[in-house]
Design a protein around this ligand. Structure first.
Ligand code: GRF
Length: 195
């Protein structure tokens, strides 16, 4: 049985787009059938619309409280028979009971070499600012399983990149994003091969 994958994304969606294209062209035993986003104006949603991928927008403007939001996550995943969730730049916290239901079936990409520069406050450009300010010579990206401890789940794959010539956080972000695009599809492949 092919694995039904949901991607959760909030932003530009380059990881989502890259995953979609690589999964489609690599003959993997899975396909992205659902995009969940809190941001209807994101690049991720635009791509999903143009590629006939089912979209579910979940945010506090549409749903009145956390309980309803939580229910919406669960019902959309159930309706689409999802058995793998990929967090690709998703800026909202995943409810703990969803993490329990999808134990070892949620992967997240993080733009640093975890456990360094992970945890509270380390998201998006904050990570690259901190790495730059600390004068690091090497950064990288990590794909890890999601558990209840933020950014602390078991690491599936990690890759380093040299950043000593980078003149600022934006340059670091660009280099790290390239690594993200390399390792996220690889992580999915590793996951699918184990199923
Ligand atoms: C990536 O750096 C991801 O690791 C981080 O947010 C960024 C999302 O980029 N959490 P994109 O939306 O996939 O282009």
């Amino acid at each position: 049985m092919p694995i039904n994958i949901a991607v959760f994304a909030s932003g530009a969606g380059s990881n989502f787009i890259n995953l979609f294209n690589k999964i489609a062209s690599n003959n993997l035993n899975g396909s992205i059938v659902l995009l969940v986003s809190n941001n209807p104006n994101s690049g991720a949603v635009k791509f999903a619309k143009n590629n006939d991928i089912c979209i579910k927008i979940i945010n506090k403007f549409r749903y009145k409280d956390k309980t309803t939001i939580n229910k919406e996550y669960k019902s959309s995943l159930k309706e689409n028979k999802i058995n793998l969730i990929l967090l690709a730049g998703f800026m909202k916290k995943i409810p703990v009971d969803l993490i329990k239901i999808y134990r070892n079936k949620i992967l997240n990409i993080h733009p640093s070499l975890l456990p360094d520069y992970g945890g509270k406050g380390f998201f998006g450009m904050n990570v690259h600012h901190a790495v730059f300010n600390a004068n690091e010579k090497i950064s990288g990206a990590t794909v890890h399983y999601v558990n209840k401890d933020y950014d602390r789940g078991p690491i599936l794959i990690q890759k380093k990149v040299e950043i000593q010539n980078c003149k600022g956080p934006n340059e670091i972000a660009k280099k790290v994003l390239e690594i993200e695009h390399e390792i996220f599809p690889k992580a999915v492949q590793i996951f699918l091969n184990k199923m």
